[in-house]
Design a protein around this ligand. Sequence first.
Ligand SMILES: [Zn+2]
Length: 356
Amino acid sequence: MGKAARNIIATTVLAGLVYAGATGTLGQIAHNPNNIYNDRSLTITDEEKDLLISNVENSIGYDVSSEKEDDYLLLNAILVNNNLSDEEKITFFRFGDMFYDNPYLDREKTYNNLRKVKIDYTSMRGFNDRNVMGNYDYKENVIRIYDNSDSIIGHEIIHCIYNIKPSFLDKYFSEGMTELLYNEYFEENPFLEVNSYPLEISAVKMLCDVCGSDIVLEAFSKSNMRPIINELANYSSKKEAKDKLYLLDELMTEYEEKGTVTHYVEYEEILDYLENIISDKYGTGGFEHNSFKYNRKLFSCVFSDNPLEDYLITIGNEGIGEKAYFSEKLKNDYYYFDIEPCNYTFSMNNKVYAKN
Ligand SMILES: [Zn+2]
C-alpha cells in the first residue's frame, strides 16, 4: 500500500472520531437503529454527512459514487476503529461494494462489528487446528490469522461483516457463501474456485441456480435458511424442502469430517430434487439449467474417493463455469452462464479455514 494513502488516513482518523462519541451519531444508532438504517438511508444532518463523506473519501484516496452515501457510515466505523492499523483499514474499505450490493445486510450489526474488530496475528493454533489458516471469533470480535495472505484475511473479514453464529447456518453453506463472495469481489479469476471450500461453493451455486441468488443472499445475511426453504416449498412441500436441505447438510458434514461420503444413492436424491425444481421453473436447456448441471457435475465429485482431486480433474475436463451471482460489477459482464475452456494446471493447498 502506498505511503501517501497511509498518511491521509492518519490525518483523518481524528475527524472521524467525532462520530464515535457516545452522544453523537453512534448514540442515535444504538437507541434507534431503524431511524438510521431503514431502507438503507441515513438520518443524519447534511453537515454530518458531508464531513463523513470527505473523511472516508480522503482515507480511501478516491471518490465513491454518490449512490453509495448510505454505506458511508459503515466505512466510517472502520475509520474510527482504533484497533486497526492504517493498512488494515484500507483492506476493510475495499469491502464497500459488498455492503452496497447487499440490501439484506444487517447494517447495525455490521457497524458495531467494524467499529471494534481486531486482527490478531500472534495467537497459537490449537492442536486440532493444524490446517487452519485463520478464523473469526464472533464472540470476541477478533480475526485470528495463522497464515497471512489477502484471501485468508478477506475471507475472515466477510465472517466479521456478517457475524453469523456458526450454529445458525449449515456450515457448508456459511463457508461456501463466504468463500464465493470473496472470490467474486476480489479474486483475479473470480470463477476459478480452487482456493478453499470448492465443493461447498458448488453446493451454494446450485442453491443459487434453483432459488435465485437474491434469496440465497437473504438467507446468508439473516443467518436463517428459511427464505431458501420457502422458495423450494413453492415447487414441492415445506416438509420435503426441509428434509432435502437437512440431507444436504448431513452429506456435507460427513464429507467435512471424513473427506469422503457413503450412502451416496440416498444423497443423489437431493440433486435430482433440485434439478426437477429448476426444470419446472425455467425448463431444460436454458442457461439456468445448464449452469445447474455444471455445478451439479462439480459437486458430484463429493461422491468420489478423492473428492478434491476429482474436482480438479473435472474442471480441467469441463472448463470453468462463468456466472456471477452476487457482485453487481461482475454481473454486468457475467450474468449468463458460459463455460471457458480450462488450460491451467492446478494444485490445491487442501487446507481448510476454521469453523467460523
Ligand atoms: Zn470461514
